[in-house]
Write a protein that binds this ligand. Structure first.
Ligand code: H2U
Ligand code: ZN
Length: 352
């Protein structure tokens, strides 16, 4: 960490081309909030009321079959539809609209209602990686789709409607704004430097070490220099590749392993079922080769000081720019210091 960084400064995010205000001195202000809460794990292996548990009824008369590893279905309440008419012409260019076709799917990670990624067996997470890969392949082949966004909302705090381990996949006709911005940034960096932005960033973080949380042969996890959320992390593939189908067999196993590693650390940090939104950023599925694209995942967790105290994007952050008190270096250190083994040994644990 460079000297002088205990005073307020701003840091640049080269993927989003945005700044974040860092105010490390503010962590010294008094705090009298709650520091502990219950672990928040469900101990039910099967919940008769859960629409994602094997054999149960879903909305619209569908039944979730008695699946044994992963299960994928079309979202019964899709935000996007395969067929969608063009919007009516508006009365002004300031009232712009475009058609957006797409698909929405739900992917259950495991039949056990109470398991979460950090508590799943590595071989079971590997099955999830395989399912993500074939979904990406299948959806990116559709001529009307140009982006495949795989994401997991975990915990009610992040809007997950159900504790059963699952993620969503939304595939869209247009590349959404976040990956579109990352595409432009990576393209510009490659043009200017003749090297990949995230390959270079990987070298910097490996050398500096202060923001590294954990790693394996094929992936590195850092609290990025420009992190906005207190314990935000970036999972970067060590090899330059653009999307899941490019992963070799061993790299898929490594991806499963690194997801387990980082989510265990998250749970251990506040000894809770740690909420987050996570998702993969992959090469757009349009007609271009996208040599600039470097596969990665973002974890955006809202928790700040304990299992119940979260960060809100309000005030200056809504009106001006994002701001953080705890430095990325400090967040990485705290995530590194927790044990690599999951703290929870409840009746829902696989290891029992
Ligand atoms: P979230 O927990 O991230 O909200 O994902 C659950 C999804 O499951 C959600 O998008 C869908 C919701 O539309 N769903 C069904 O497809 N069928 C149901 O019977 C209930 C919920
Ligand atoms: Zn369930």
């Amino acid at each position: 960490m460079p000297s002088g960084s205990e005073s307020p400064h701003r840091r640049y995010n080269p993927l989003q081309r945005q700044w974040v205000l860092v105010s490390p001195h503010r962590t010294q202000r008094p705090w009298q909030g709650e520091v502990n809460a219950s672990p928040g794990f469900s101990e039910l292996k099967y919940d008769p009321k859960c629409y994602l548990c094997p054999g149960n009824q879903r909305a619209g008369g569908h039944t979730t079959p008695k699946y044994e590893s992963v299960y994928i279905f079309d979202n019964d309440y899709p935000a996007l539809l395969p067929e969608s008419g063009a919007p009516e012409r508006s009365s002004s260019p300031l009232l712009k609209a475009e058609r957006e076709r797409g698909r929405c799917k739900v992917l259950c990670f495991h039949p056990n209602h109470s398991l979460t990624l950090p508590r799943m067996e590595p071989a079971d997470i590997r099955r999830v990686v395989d399912a993500w890969t074939s979904e990406y392949e299948m959806l990116s082949r559709q001529p009307d789709l140009r982006y495949v966004q795989i994401f997991e909302n975990r915990g009610a705090m992040m809007g997950a409607s159900n504790p059963h381990p699952h993620c969503q996949i939304w595939a869209t006709e247009h590349v959404p704004d976040e990956p579109a911005q990352e595409t432009e940034s990576q393209k510009a960096y490659l043009n200017e430097n003749k090297r990949c932005l995230l390959c270079d960033y990987l070298k910097v973080e490996t050398k500096e070490e202060t923001r590294v949380v954990c790693e394996n042969d094929d992936f590195l996890v850092v609290v990025p220099w420009w992190a906005v959320w207190p314990f935000e992390t970036l999972v970067i593939s060590k090899r330059h590749l653009g999307a899941m189908p490019d992963l070799k067999d061993g790299e898929r196993t490594s991806l499963a392993d690194i997801l387990k590693q980082i989510t265990i650390r998250y749970d251990n940090l506040f000894q809770t079922n740690f909420p987050y939104t996570m998702g993969f950023h992959q090469r757009p599925a349009d007609d271009e080769a996208h040599e600039e694209w470097h596969f990665h995942a973002h974890f955006y967790p809202p928790l700040l000081r304990s299992a119940t105290v979260r960060k809100f994007m309000v005030g200056f952050e809504l009106l001006g720019m994002p701001q953080r008190d705890i430095t990325p270096e400090n967040a990485a250190e705290r995530l590194r210091e927790v044990p690599a083994e999951h703290f929870y040994r409840g009746p829902g644990s696989e290891s029992e």
